[in-house]
Design a protein around this ligand. Structure first.
Ligand code: NAI
Ligand code: MG
Length: 361
């Protein structure tokens, strides 16, 4: 039996097209091996969409995304568009797409790959066994609250507001608990409940939601303490769930634990099965067009697509295993080699992963 899936592929700018090509290659290879048929629609986004259609997020791209089971995105942006007015900036497309698809949960896994221990700034013994996932609320909180500035006798005054409703808090917490059930069965809920009202609501809802998941252990941590523990004992974490701004900061902190930015995938999910999958890094204009970008973050984003949109952990694990095996065989892209050693091109590394995938069934 072949399962049909429709995928919107948005390569974007800079290294986007190069890394997405390898992601699609691995996706197709996994599909052939595990019984999926992919119908792929390519769409313009970001700077390349501005150049062609004078709009960073054209309606035709949105339509493709709405019709798709999942969206695979490269990256957007570059110096060419930096002087454009805000409405014509490539980054506008990302926020627009997340909002349009109501993707409120951003997932960023942090895992340590064997052989790459020395690319981290932490000691190997601290990193041993690191495998956790930050679940960040993506469409609420202080980034979306009312903002204004006013003139006062004390000078200019600027206000940002941090607002969360019970519904918004509950849906992201449930998502974190659902995921924890499939992983290590531990949730760390991060807030600032000693100071913030919105955090007190967050903690109350977390305690209530936890009652529906008796097999998952819930721990509360204040955000400042969490920032320390993530460096001190990162292997103790399983699922870390938090509001938008805390998640923004903590997920970047988590990202540097394991080395190159070229390794890190992400998933953004809404209520349904549909999701947006993309590497954490940007369009890397400094190396674009040279065929040397690391495609791992994009390939691992494809693994997340199988896990979270198609609910197929077998294929997700096969892709992750193939990446691990490829690294274990000594293959490295330019960002991972010490100077003087020979590196694989983007395409060669993608081919190696496809080859490694053949061992899985
Ligand atoms: P960046 O992530 O594009 O690059 C930072 C550094 O990491 C560069 O030296 C780059 O060569 C390297 N790098 C990134 N991905 C790599 C990969 N796969 N393999 C090897 N090396 C890699 O961040 P930067 O330079 O701050 O931003 C460049 C452009 O990307 C900007 O226009 C920015 O707005 C945009 N951007 C887009 C994002 C997105 O589409 N989600 C996220 C972050 C930045
Ligand atoms: Mg990205």
């Amino acid at each position: 039996m072949t399962r049909p899936k429709r995928i919107a592929v948005l390569p974007g700018d800079g290294i986007g097209p190069e890394i997405v090509e390898e992601g699609v290659k691995v996706m197709k290879a996994a599909g052939e091996r595990f019984g999926y048929h992919f119908e792929i629609d390519f769409g313009w986004i970001g700077g390349s969409a501005i150049d062609r259609l004078k709009n960073p997020l054209p309606q035709e791209t949105l339509t493709l995304c709405h019709q798709a089971d999942a969206v695979l995105l490269g990256a957007v942006g570059g110096p060419r568009w930096d002087q454009h007015p805000p409405a014509l900036r490539p980054e506008k497309a990302l926020l627009g797409l997340r909002k349009e698809l109501d993707l409120f949960a951003n997932l960023r896994p942090t895992t340590l790959f064997p052989g790459l221990e020395d690319s981290s700034t932490l000691k190997p013994e601290v990193l041993k066994g690191v495998d956790f996932l930050v679940v960040r609320e993506l469409t609420g909180g202080i980034y979306f609250g009312e903002k204004f500035t006013e003139d006062t006798p004390a000078g200019e005054k600027a206000t940002d507001t941090l607002v969360y409703s019970e519904t918004e808090v509950e849906r992201i917490l449930r998502r974190a608990f659902d995921i924890a059930q499939l992983r290590g069965k531990k949730v760390t809920s991060v807030d600032k409940a000693n100071v913030l009202e919105s955090s007190r609501l967050w903690r109350k809802v977390a305690d209530r939601v936890a009652k529906d998941y008796p097999d998952v252990e819930l721990t509360h941590l204040l955000v400042d303490n969490c920032a320390m523990q993530m460096i001190r004992r990162p292997a103790d974490f399983d699922v870390v769930v938090t509001e938008n701004m805390f998640g923004d900061i903590l997920s970047d902190e988590a990202a540097i634990l394991t080395g190159s930015i070229g390794l890190l995938p992400s998933a953004s999910l809404g209520e349904g099965h549909q999701g947006l999958y993309e590497p954490v890094h940007g369009s890397a204009p400094d190396i674009a067009g040279q065929g040397v970008a690391n495609p791992i973050a994009t390939i691992l984003s494809v693994a997340l697509m199988f896990r979270y949109s198609f609910h197929d952990d077998t294929v997700a694990k096969a892709i992750e295993g193939a990446v691990t095996d490829t690294l274990a065989s000594g293959a490295r892209t330019m960002d991972l080699v010490s100077t003087g050693r020979l590196a694989y091109s983007t395409e060669e590394f993608g081919d190696k992963v496809v080859e490694a995938l053949n061992k899985y069934q």
